[in-house]
Design a protein around this ligand. Sequence first.
Ligand code: NAD
Ligand code: DAU
Length: 348
Amino acid sequence: MRTLLVTGGAGFIGSNFIHYWLKNHPLDKVINLDALTYAGNLENLETVEHLANYRFVRGDICDQEFVSGLFDNEHIDTVVNFAAESHVDRSILGPEAFVQTNVQGTLSLLEAARKAWSGDSSSCLFLHVSTDEVYGSLEPDDPAFTELTPYAPNSPYSASKASSDHLVRAWFHTYGLPVLTTNCSNNYGPYQFPEKLIPLVILNALDGKPIPIYGDGLNVRDWLYVEDHCSGIEAVLEKGEQGQVYNIGGGNEWHNIDIVHLICDSLDELQPGDLPCRELIRFIKDRPGHDRRYAIDSGKIRRQLGWKPEYNFRTGIKHTVQWYLENRDWCQRVRSGDYHSYYRKQYD
Ligand code: NAD
Ligand code: DAU
């Protein structure tokens, strides 16, 4: 039995992970520490909040004293660190929060874990969830990112994640903290905040609003269904070697424009409107410093830990579109608050 501290558990991947973990490890205890920024939503966890082995705590990972108190009171032996500012466009509009949460916050968690586990850390694990964006951008014919690809972050977001990865590595080598790092490609699925490409396209299309595509639409991302990311993290927690890095990805590269077409066609099939959705597509000014291509080589986790993704992309997208169609109230609620002022700043 483990006691997990899941940070950022009210966000997109964190909430999917908590559902996944409680379903597959019903004897473990999960403490969800989340500051509930614009991206955190407790509605994502309504179906587990009654469970005796789940507890939500509102707090900031940067507050080290508070985090240390949690370690002491809850006897945490496993950390899964999802908490972060996660959206590249927001990092371009305002980088400070990214350095604060992603760098300072990770430092604060590492220090709290180091103090709490200083006596005996033999059954403890600190898993840091990171991104493929730390490796920079690939040319069309470059091989996919491996764990040995040098870091070359290009956005304030990826630079802050790269910094946090370096801290995690250093805490292993210097202090012997039992750390693991995962670098994953683009996720999609239920509960993703509609600032990210896939939910933004779905919701704009449903509202008959323009679908914004940056630049020529030929940037490439490597997409993974969120539950496959969760099972990858599980494999690393259960079988990973301390101090090691594992890339997680679907080997599923798509041009942005092709994904948008796929979503439009799914919507036309599931909920036909007056006009084909594709007519809403608009090419707009490119994202500054827009990375051209990401691709993950997940050979290491597949070979060494026996992980593989289960979801096929076309099925996963259809399932995701269906989820957004069935959860229009959730969509309405997450787009209240600051969403409209962010949207105007970014797209008008
Ligand atoms: P998200 O933005 O949906 O959720 C982030 C969560 O962290 C929110 O619940 C937010 O309230 C919380 N949070 C933010 N600042 C906090 C703070 N200071 N203290 C406590 N909680 C705080 O993000 P996501 O897409 O679920 O990503 C989760 C993690 O996975 C991030 O670390 C991200 O870098 C990484 N990642 C994301 C993807 C992706 O495609 N979304 C891919 C690879 C890696
Ligand atoms: O690669 C992993 C990363 O994937 C994660 O670390 C990040 O947290 C996550 O946000 C995601 O970053 P991206 O920038 O790749 O995702 P986003 O959904 O913002 O954009 C995907 C692609 O679509 C990218 O090439 C930019 C483009 N795009 C995005 C938006 C929001 C558009 O063309 N139009 C848009 O309106």
